[in-house]
Design a protein around this ligand. Structure first.
Ligand code: PA5
Length: 436
């Protein structure tokens, strides 16, 4: 199997070999802290060895539950927010057909999402679309008390019970939550739902390889085994004994920290395949919540290219020079489309006739990279051999490991998120929640 690759050559104008060498031992120490559990936030390091410790039994259990839900449901609504939703969506949007929702002849259930916002129209329209359909719910919340998914679940559970009766509804609801604590655990026990546990020592944004991500992915008919295998291979490739020069996660962590120290406060994750949009959403949560604290941290932003070259391209090329770009490049697309020849050539495209669309995309990628580097936006390139569960597994673990190392190098606890409580307190006070 190939591995994802990392190219930092286009950061050389700002980050020299000497800069990197100077940070090597610090990065290695930070990696070692993740393994020894002696760093900040050490209660939340369960993700470090997670891929290699997922047992055959636990995969079988997830696959069994997925089969049950698939048998009964044409639509499965995944309810969750933040780390309890982004990983599964990132995988499914990346590997499924881009027009999945329009496919009429299908074996796999349609996956829809709820609880990731409090939009009344969103919930109304979702509820309307579910009327008369065979649907089920996967309710995911580690704390079991998050307002957004709790509201969505209350509404959709009621709808499901009214549609098929309480007994049947019970068989179409799966809860993924803490082993003991939280309102969702209490409710699941009381109602007799099938449940899966989110380990105590794995925080939300690092939980994609727990049942939080694996169950919805399995229900959608995507191979969780390939995903886990990819992550486990990257776990090995970024372990403590691996020399710095071969540890992609450590190198990425060093380079982005060096860029940050030199005034590059914003990292833009760019893709040239719209399927990767939610990978960037997952990445933004991972880095935003892990590093943005104590008045520090790179701001993680993202663009879909070439789409956003026609909106954000001007800013990236010419705006304040506080950015660097990390491009996720894909070596081989899964399908082949060739530009046809046209007798009249009114659009002047015949010079491309017979060439693959991917060749045009690759040249757009290269041209964009050259332009941005020239415009003083250094460029890091991460290449996936192809978009598949295996390589996404590698990518997930690569980003997680780099995030842990990078957060320690920055001097923050990458595993807490005290800042997200402030809006909640205000909202609860305004809503007159008892106790606020
Ligand atoms: O990373 C995190 O911990 C958060 O983004 C959570 O995933 C998010 O707030 C959802 O929390 P919960 O799973 O407790 O509902």
């Amino acid at each position: 199997m190939k591995t994802i690759t990392l190219d930092i050559e286009k950061t050389r104008g700002m980050v020299t070999k000497e800069h990197i060498v100077a940070q090597e031992s610090k990065a290695q120490e930070c990696n070692a802290l993740l393994h020894s559990g002696k760093g900040a936030g050490s209660d939340f390091l369960g993700w470090v060895h997670l891929p290699s410790s997922i047992t055959e039994d636990s995969l079988v259990e997830i696959e069994r539950a997925a089969i049950q839900l698939r048998k009964k449901c044409k639509i499965v609504v995944v309810i969750g927010i933040g780390g309890s939703y982004l990983g599964a969506r990132a995988v499914l949007e990346a590997v499924n057909n881009s027009f999945d929702l329009l496919q009429t002849e299908r074996e796999d259930p349609v996956i829809l999402y709820a609880g990731q916002n409090i939009g009344e129209d969103y919930l109304f329209e979702l509820s309307a679309v579910l009327k008369g359909k065979q649907f089920g719910l996967i309710n995911i919340s580690k704390s079991g008390t998050t307002t957004e998914p709790a509201i969505a679940f209350r509404i959709l559970k009621k709808q499901l019970e009214e549609a098929v009766g309480k007994e049947e509804a019970r068989t179409r609801i799966i809860a993924v939550t803490d082993a003991r604590r939280g309102a969702l655990r209490t409710l699941a026990t009381q109602e007799g739902y099938t449940t899966f546990v989110i380990p105590d020592n794995v925080g939300g944004r690092f939980s994609v390889l727990t049942p939080v991500g694996l169950l919805p992915i399995a229900v959608a008919g995507v191979s969780v085994r390939d995903l886990v295998k990819g992550a486990a291979d990257m776990e090995k490739a970024t372990a403590t004994g691996v020399p710095f020069a071969q540890n992609l996660a450590a190198i990425y962590a060093v380079v982005r920290n060096e860029l940050y120290l030199r005034g590059k406060k914003i990292e833009i994750l760019a893709n040239f395949h719209p399927k990767l949009h939610y990978i960037a959403e997952w990445w933004k949560q991972l880095y935003g919540e892990s590093e943005g604290k104590e008045g520090k941290g790179i701001f993680p932003a993202s663009v879909d290219l070439t789409t956003d070259l026609h909106s954000m391209g001007q800013w990236i090329q010419d705006g304040e020079r506080s950015i660097f770009e990390t491009v996720i490049s894909v070596e081989s697309p899964s399908h082949k489309v060739v530009v046809p020849s046209d007798a009249n050539d009114l659009d002047g495209l015949n010079y491309l006739a017979g060439r693959r669309v991917d060749e045009v995309n690759k040249m757009a990628e290269l041209g964009t990279c050259m332009a941005h580097v020239e415009g003083n936006a250094p460029n890091i390139k991460i290449t996936l051999p192809e978009i598949s569960p295996y390589y996404i597994g590698q990518l997930f673990y690569f980003f997680e490991k780099a995030c842990g190392i990078s957060g320690y190098m920055l001097g923050v606890n990458p595993f807490d998120q005290p800042g997200v409580e402030t809006y909640k307190k205000n909202m609860f006070t305004l809503l007159k929640k008892p106790g606020y």
